[in-house]
Ligand binder design. Structure first.
Ligand code: FAD
Length: 311
């Protein structure tokens, strides 16, 4: 219930104004976000790379309603990829980028899907030149079909393009089975957005069971599974399935968010696993922060107390 209310608040202009103007928010944001500028993201990527971790950088921003803004977001990524290559951080896909379709045009009133596909294609070209890959994030459930269509189309030119499946959606086990083809990079997460019960599981237990089903389909298939979760039980199930299906450490990877369970990230990397950290940067952090608070009531209580006592 609390999660649903919070996720609804991620669309509220008044809440955005209240939270982003509160000085205490900066401190909380610093835990989850690399900084405002691309240089901050490159610096954090360099540090994580030095610790033996892989990285996916995300330029914060979503729900763009303006073609010029979508173009600027695309340029941000192509410039970032150039900087990462110069810094020597892209070799072998060590640092890749994650892109939200609505940040690069999917939600535009006219030709949204076409614009997003063209912009993601530009980012894929820049990534290939830099020696790395792109993963297309998954957003609200209403965008799933269009996002998967974009990925399917672009994969004919960029087979290395990754996509994301959310286990909270009822359709996802079937999507995973269809996507588990040779070379197919699929990130599996639980899902960070509200969705109605007609299309989504609503209890934590159902979402977790669906995650295990999706994971089985991906691990038994021929693609490259990317297990995006901080959940200790699902991480254990992932390791067990890798053993059962004969996958070695190079045949799949774990993924976690910057600032969440960093000790576990380092433990998995030290064991020889491929461990990728998703690192967001940029000034448009409101929606991202609210989704992280919605995942963990303890974070929310801390944040709410700070807002009340300091503002
Ligand atoms: C690399 C990566 C990429 C992602 N990409 C997408 C995407 O494209 N689309 C999408 O909808 N979602 C995405 N997500 C978010 C995901 O859907 C979940 O909302 C999020 O990962 C929390 O789920 P969980 O699997 O960690 O399990 P949970 O059951 O939420 O958490 C398990 C445990 O992890 C720890 N934990 C989890 N969240 C937090 C937190 N915020 N603060 C502190 N501790 C925490 C706690 O110990 C908790 O008990 C992504 C997640 C990751 C890791």
């Amino acid at each position: 219930m609390l999660r649903r209310v919070l996720l609804a608040a991620s669309h509220s202009g008044r809440m955005r104004q209240l939270v982003t103007s509160a000085p205490v928010a900066r401190g909380v944001v610093a835990r989850y976000v690399a900084g405002d500028e691309a240089a901050d993201a490159v610096a954090v990527a360099g540090r994580l790379h030095g610790d033996g971790l892989l990285i996916s950088l995300d330029h914060l921003g979503e729900d763009t309603r303006d073609a010029r803004q979508a173009d600027l977001a695309t340029q941000e990524y192509t410039t970032l990829l150039g900087s990462l290559a110069v810094a020597g951080l892209t070799g072998g896909g060590a640092t890749e980028v994650s892109v939200k379709p609505t940040a690069v045009g999917l939600g535009l009133a006219d030709h949204g899907e076409k614009t997003a596909a063209e912009n993601i294609s530009r980012i894929c070209t820049a990534a290939r030149e830099a020696g790395t890959t792109v993963t297309v994030d998954m957003e609200e459930h209403i965008h799933v079909d269009a996002t998967l269509r974009i990925v399917r189309t672009l994969r004919s030119e960029f087979p290395e393009l990754g996509c994301v499946i959310q286990s909270q959606l009822r359709r996802s086990a079937a999507d995973c089975a269809a996507l588990a083809t040779p070379g197919s990079r699929v990130r599996l997460c639980k899902g960070a957005y509200n969705a109605p019960q007609e299309v989504a599981f609503t209890t934590r237990a159902e979402v977790d069971r669906s995650y295990a089903r999706c994971l089985r389909a991906l691990m038994r298939g021929d693609g490259y599974p990317m297990l995006a979760t901080h959940d200790p039980r699902l991480i254990e199930i992932g390791a067990a399935l890798a053993r059962l299906t004969g996958r070695g450490p190079a045949d799949f990877e774990y993924q976690m968010l910057y600032g969440i369970r960093p000790a576990e990230q380092r433990r998995l990397a030290a064991e020889g696993a491929r461990m990728r950290v998703y690192v967001p940067y940029g000034s448009d952090w409101y929606g991202y922060l609210v989704r992280r608070l919605a995942e963990r009531p303890a974070n929310l209580a801390f944040f709410a107390r700070s807002l009340v006592t300091r503002s």
